[in-house]
Design a protein around this ligand. Structure first.
Ligand code: COA
Ligand code: AMP
Length: 631
């Protein structure tokens, strides 16, 4: 099948197209309503259908006789473990844990937060929630208690599932303590905290509402509960422009249909193949392509607890590909840059047999050409950049590998994936010409799998995505399309930055920096970083009369951001300036500061009262070597 034909069908004959795709998964009640318009911006897919995600990921395969096939390969250099878990074993664990959760009173529609390291018990917890119709919200382990507390207050979970600790480059992350601090800070108090003990005797549970994960496995088993197609499978929080994260809701039936479609036609995978996604279950990439899509499609998924480098070295991805005969790999460009930095010739990876690998998919951030060509040369396999986001849940732009071969254009994010009608619009909503930059907007309705709402926040849902261009979804990125129809994503148009493929809000960091007792006002911007793509820095104006030495002030602000957001923000630098450049209406000129730091052309804004302010900012950035322009 040709891409152009299938794509055209997906846009022009939406209902027929997705009815056909939905028929490829098992429903307990087949949907008759394929696409319904609920109101202006709200559409729902398959809203009279019923199904269960854990049934699709587990029971369906076991019933077909695939019980002995490996579902998960847990590969953890950090604990020296390699464990193969079959579909039958995974089904048994999930059914038991689901019964345990039910025993705690968790039922359909209740929320459960999962804050865990990359261990099989985390996947079991996710699927167990899905089995009983509970809505999980996985929180990335690199976030600090304050971030966890905000999610607790928004999702109001009945239970938090965690572990005694995580491991990061040999250092223990004390999850239990972090959970306790978060619960103390949150207004909402979950009824129970469930902890998986990674080491006997490592810690004692002690607390009144602390439950042992393993003990919960002894409450019998439960079968999959049918839920409506529109029933939320999960809430995944992501950064927006304000300090509060957005709770992206994912439905069940649309998501299952879209993921199955993506495995066949986008990733070109076949059931039984080995899929290795080197991300974290705390991100959307992990939800979709470590957990749900590979299992739903009957693949073997590699759950890797480690880093691309130093576990034990920069050859570890090669070792995994050879040892587990990986067919499809998915990672972020940052991971490849980290490998390239430690092993510029790639010898450590090429020492392994990577012949089973068909291609590598990259996403999470813009892929620079140097990284693309280095990896292509090293593996001699296609490298496919693809663009998507938490809100979509599956790829929006890329090269659909499962269709008849079509060209990959290095440096581009590819062409629209079936179902996505993508445009580039100017500030007034007009279509921009080819080769000109515009805001990425997708004509409604979005295809199945994309967010139906933000958790209990209809106003923010409308404001964030549909207000600017009625009838379109605003993706939050800018880009351009070339004459051959390839899209090039350039970066965010809002106050969101991308640090090592992690989406973070500079707005939130500004709120934290501003709360420091010595800070009068501040601007947090993302500057280019060779390894991480971007990293945040702050420019601060200090309050009159503050005598604190600059170094001490910097240390305490850095620590504050680390305490509030977590180490993952990679926030390291604070520079003191006398004044911040602003428009006459008082808006800080963040974009201009970014351009100065990154050495991009910029012009003096006509709205600025005193041009000397820009010179002062430039001098401070230069004196601190902050930004590509001053390296
Ligand atoms: N739990 C707890 N802490 C975590 C964490 C987690 N899951 N992930 C990261 N951190 C901590 C690290 O320990 C580190 O803490 P430190 O400042 O105390 O040393 C900090 O967050 C920064 O971590 P990271 O950005 O991962 O830097 P690093 O130097 O440890 O590793 C890379 C650099 C490039 C190897 C790493 O960032 C990486 O593997 N990136 C790829 C990420 C990815 O796959 N993203 C895709 C999302 S789709
Ligand atoms: P997240 O929601 O955390 O997955 O982050 C999504 C954001 O990451 C997008 O809006 C983009 O800004 C960025 N992103 C993801 N993939 C790509 C890509 N292939 N190229 C450029 N930017 C990307």
């Amino acid at each position: 099948m040709h891409y152009a034909d299938l794509y055209r069908k997906s846009i022009q004959e939406k209902k027929q197209f997705w009815r056909n795709e939905a028929s490829k998964i098992t429903w307990s009640k087949e949907p008759q309503n394929i696409l319904s318009r609920e109101n202006d911006d709200h559409y729902s897919w398959f809203n009279d259908g019923e199904l269960n995600m854990s049934y699709l990921c587990l029971d369906a395969h076991v019933e077909k006789g695939m019980g002995k096939q490996t579902a998960i390969i847990y590969d953890s250099p950090t604990t020296n473990t390699i464990e193969h878990i079959t579909y039958k074993q995974l089904l048994s664990s999930v059914s038991h844990f689901a019964a345990g959760l039910r025993n705690l009173g968790v039922g359909k529609g209740n929320t459960v937060i999962i804050y865990m390291p990359m261990i099989p018990q985390a996947i079991v917890a996710m699927l167990a929630c899905a089995r009983i119709g509970a809505i999980h919200s996985v929180v990335f382990g690199g976030f600090a208690p304050h971030e966890l507390a905000m999610r607790i207050d928004d999702a109001k979970p009945k239970v938090i599932i965690s572990a005694s600790y995580g491991i990061e480059f040999g250092k223990k992350i004390p999850y239990k303590e972090l959970v306790e601090t978060a619960v103390k800070e949150a207004k909402h108090k979950p009824e129970f905290q469930v902890y998986y003990r990674r080491e006997k005797g490592f810690d004692s549970l002690g607390g009144r509402n602390d439950i042992d994960y393993t003990a919960l496995m002894k409450c019998g088993t439960v079968g999959p509960m049918e839920v409506s197609s529109t029933h939320p499978l999960y809430i995944l929080y992501t950064s927006g422009t304000t300090g509060r994260p957005k709770g992206v809701v994912r439905d069940t039936g649309g998501y299952a249909t879209a993921l199955r479609f993506s495995m066949e036609y986008f990733y070109g995978a076949k059931p039984g193949e080995v899929f290795f996604t080197a991300s974290d279950i705390g991100w959307v990439v992990g939800h979709s392509y470590i957990v749900y899509a590979p299992l739903l499609y009957g693949c073997t998924t590699v759950l890797y607890e480690g880093k691309p480098v130093r576990t034990p070295d920069a050859g570890v991805f090669g070792r995994i590909i050879e040892q587990h005969k990986v067919n499809h790999m998915f990672t972020a460009p940052t991971a490849i840059r980290a490998i390239k930095k430690e092993d510029p010739t790639g010898d450590l990876i090429s020492a392994y047999d990577t012949s089973t690998l068909k291609q590598v998919f990259l996403a999470g951030e813009r892929c620079d050409s140097a990284t693309y060509f280095w990896l292509t040369e090293l593996l001699k396999k296609p490298v496919i950049d693809h663009w998507w986001q938490t809100e979509s849940g599956w790829p929006m732009l890329g090269t659909m590998v499962g269709l008849e071969p079509h060209d990959i254009l290095p440096g581009s994010s590819g062409k629209p994936v079936c179902g996505y009608d993508i445009y580039l619009l100017d500030e007034d909503g007009n279509h921009v010409e080819d080769e000109h930059e515009g805001n990425v907007a997708i004509k409604l309705p979005l295809p199945p799998g994309c967010l139906p709402s933000l958790w209990k926040n209809e106003i923010r849902f409308k404001k964030s995505y549909f207000e600017k261009y009625p009838g379109y979804y605003l993706a939050g990125d800018s880009g351009y399309k070339d004459a051959d129809g390839y899209f090039h994503i350039m970066g965010r148009i809002d106050d969101v930055i991308n640090v090592s493929g992690h989406r973070l809000s500079t707005g939130e960091m500004e709120e934290i920096v501003s709360s420091h007792k010595s800070v009068a006002e501040c601007a947090v911007i993302g500057i280019a970083d060779e390894l991480r793509g971007q990293r945040p820095i702050a420019l601060v104006v200090i309050k009159n009369g503050v005598e604190e030495p600059e170094l001490q002030l910097e240390e305490s602000i850095v620590q504050l951001v680390r305490d509030k957001i977590g180490p993952v923000a990679f926030f390291k630098n604070v520079a003191v300036v006398k004044r911040l450049p602003k428009t006459r209406s008082g808006k800080i000129l963040r974009k201009t500061i970014c351009h100065i730091a990154d050495g991009k052309p910029w012009s003096m804004p006509s709205t600025i009262d005193d041009p000397l302010i820009m010179e002062e900012v430039e001098a401070v950035l230069k004196s601190r070597n902050l930004g590509n322009a001053f390296q």
